[in-house]
Design a protein around this ligand. Structure first.
Ligand code: PLP
Ligand code: TYF
Length: 398
């Protein structure tokens, strides 16, 4: 029965992570997968998370099933984080949120919901985008198209081309936006550009799907929601897939949410009943631990302020590494201008390194970078910066 099955290609990012684990070079450096590292190169559990977990272990009374959509305290906290606690959407109950297994789980439920309830819709993703987007949408049979985003020559957003592509998207299709900290380029629209995109969305009549996996990693929790909130002032309907993998460091707990925003509370009830139906047919109901940790932290002022400080420390360290990377390369006499890297947001940057240079960094120096040249700045530390920049200077000179 199984003898005809072909080996599937490895995930370009997670596969690289597996290869890194087996790398024998003692000086190896991992700038592949988007996992935050601290100054010591570790991915520790946040103090706020540990404290919340201690409380949970002490107070937890049952392991009985959660509801399909997850606990109310969690869902309310997610909405407050996305919209701001005083938003009209919350007062008018125009949104419904379901807990999901990570941001990926939220995208997958969104995909099934789109496939069933927006028949014929194509999903448009930026070029480039996170490697998994195409697979998630295609795996439910959706057509995926791409819109212009990145200009490799100027290493910036090609906003005119982006507007031109999105002007071709027909009414009823779905456009995926990265809420902040665009993966893989690190380049986000400005506030003015978000406003133009929102206007275009409303004119064209496409549905925005926000993938919001890095809230708090760019400029701050509120600041990073700017694009999302500008859209919400302009359009009545939206899907939002958010993840707490990065901003709570809860990668392996698989915690995120899918939020549906509708024109009215009645529409939201109907749409949400269908979201719940998709969930039921997938994994029935979500795991408890991750969401319990997140809602314990978000709903407790002391834990919340500790978490916000820890998030700020992660964000600040990444920005410091960006500047240090640029100045260290310069100090090593690298002629190319890498200053664009210090202007970008979030964990990632497109370095402009070619596939050959990426391969050489891996084989000669044990430095792992995604083939596209995307580097995870979050994997840089003060300790690995010198050998990293020496190696990059070497491959650029060859
Ligand atoms: N969306 C983007 C843009 C991401 O970079 C990630 C990274 O993991 C995800 C979604 C998925 O998040 P999660 O790990 O919570 O499934
Ligand atoms: O882009 C990244 O590195 C992270 C982690 O299939 C990730 O978003 C990468 C690939 C994947 C799942 C998560």
């Amino acid at each position: 029965m199984f003898e005809h099955i072909q080996v599937a290609p490895a995930d370009p990012i997670l596969g690289l992570n597996d290869a890194y684990r087996n790398e024998t070079n003692p000086n190896k450096i991992n700038l592949g997968v988007g996992v935050y590292k601290d100054e010591a190169g570790a991915t520790p559990i946040l103090k706020s998370v540990k404290q919340a977990e201690e409380r949970l272990v002490k107070n937890e009374k049952t392991k009985s099933y959660l509801s399909i959509e997850g606990p109310e305290a969690y869902r309310d906290a997610v909405q407050a984080l996305l919209f701001g606690a005083d938003h009209e959407i919350i007062a008018k109950q125009r949104a419904r949120t379901a807990q999901s297994p990570g941001g990926t789980g939220a995208l997958r439920i969104a995909a099934e919901f789109i496939k069933k309830h927006l028949p014929g819709a194509t999903v448009w993703v930026s070029n480039p985008t996170w490697a998994n987007h195409q697979s998630v949408f295609q795996s439910v049979g959706l057509e995926v198209g791409s819109y212009a985003y990145y200009d490799a020559t100027t290493k910036s957003l090609d906003f005119e081309a982006m507007l031109a592509s999105l002007s071709q998207v027909p009414e009823g299709d779905v456009v995926l936006f990265h809420g902040c900290c665009h993966n893989p380029t690190g380049i986000d629209p400005t506030t003015e550009q978000w406003a133009q995109l929102a206007k275009l969305c409303s004119k064209q009549g496409f549905l925005p799907l926000f993938d919001f996996a890095y809230q708090g990693f760019g400029s701050g929790l509120e600041e990073d929601a700017t694009g999302l909130r500008i859209f919400l002032n302009q359009v009545q309907e939206m899907l939002i897939a958010n993840s707490f993998s990065k901003n709570f460091g809860l990668y392996n707990e698989r915690v995120g949410a899918l939020t549906v925003v509708c024109e009215t509370s009645d529409h939201a009830d109907a749409a949400f009943s269908q979201v719940k139906r998709c969930i039921r047919a997938n994994y029935s109901n979500p795991p408890a631990h991750g969401s319990a940790v997140v809602s314990e932290i978000l709903n407790d002022p002391q834990l919340r302020s500790l978490w916000e400080m820890e998030l700020q420390a992660m964000r600040t360290r990444i920005h410091e590494m960006r500047s240090l990377f640029v100045s260290t390369l310069r100090a090593k006499g690298v002629a190319q201008d890498f200053s664009f890297i210090s202007k970008q947001q979030g964990m990632f940057s497109f370095s402009g390194l070619t596939p050959d240079q990426v391969a050489q960094l891996r084989s000669e120096f044990g430095i792992y970078i995604v083939g596209s040249g995307r580097i995870s700045v979050a994997g840089m530390t003060k300790d690995n910066m010198e050998p990293l920049c020496d190696a990059i200077a070497k491959v650029l000179a060859d």
